[in-house]
Design a protein around this ligand. Sequence first.
Ligand code: FPP
Length: 240
Amino acid sequence: MALFSKKEAKAEDVHFDVLPNHLGIIMDGNGRWAKKRGLPRTAGHKVGAEVFRVISQECADLGIKYVTFYAFSTENWKRPKAEVDAIMALFKDYLLEAKRDFIKAGNNKIKFIGEREGISEELLRLMDEAEEETASHTGTTVYLAVNYGGRQEIVSAVNKLIAEGKSEITENDISENIYTVPECDLIIRPSGEERLSNFLLWQAAYSEFWYSDVLWPDFKKADLYSALREFEKRNRRFGG
Ligand code: FPP
């Protein structure tokens, strides 16, 4: 099946009065999903990657402008090497496929946020190519947070400002020196965990949250719709 084929999309059948401009998704629960089935954790990541593919396209079909998937945190390097290697291999496979589809059929953009240090040269090259080859697209921007940490993002922005000789720092300075990701409106976290885990710390200042017990490999379009329905009803005051 083509990565971003419209075949299964149901987006045309649903309507939302309000959509988040920027949706963040923490893909969690792959390991537990696999364990419940007596499978290696990597099997959960493999199914999780398929779900990423379906849900990222659904976000595009719905017309969500920006969506960020938390794929690998700066802390995830602590996992066993075999698991880290399997996740990196999945990124490689999916990147090639996503790139092909984004270029062939889609109008979506791929972007990456996170530290480059630690990522293999080969994967970095693929990431750069995917960004470059989709840069002129005007549809949904799919950000993949790989080797990403919200604190590290803020600290590196502050260090840049110090290096420029700033002695006083404003919110604007930080906003302009972190990864160029818009303010986040809604964060979805499946798998029963109700925490941010260092995801989009700066951009999520006024984000709404939606949690669910469903494990990421079981996450369906219907779960995305539930989150978006709930978001429609939220009364956002931005502190006012
Ligand atoms: C969290 O589940 C998931 C990860 C740390 C990795 C996410 C990776 C993928 C979904 C696969 C590749 C993605 C793309 C974009 C191709 P967990 O392992 O922490 O699960 P657990 O909490 O049940 O142990």
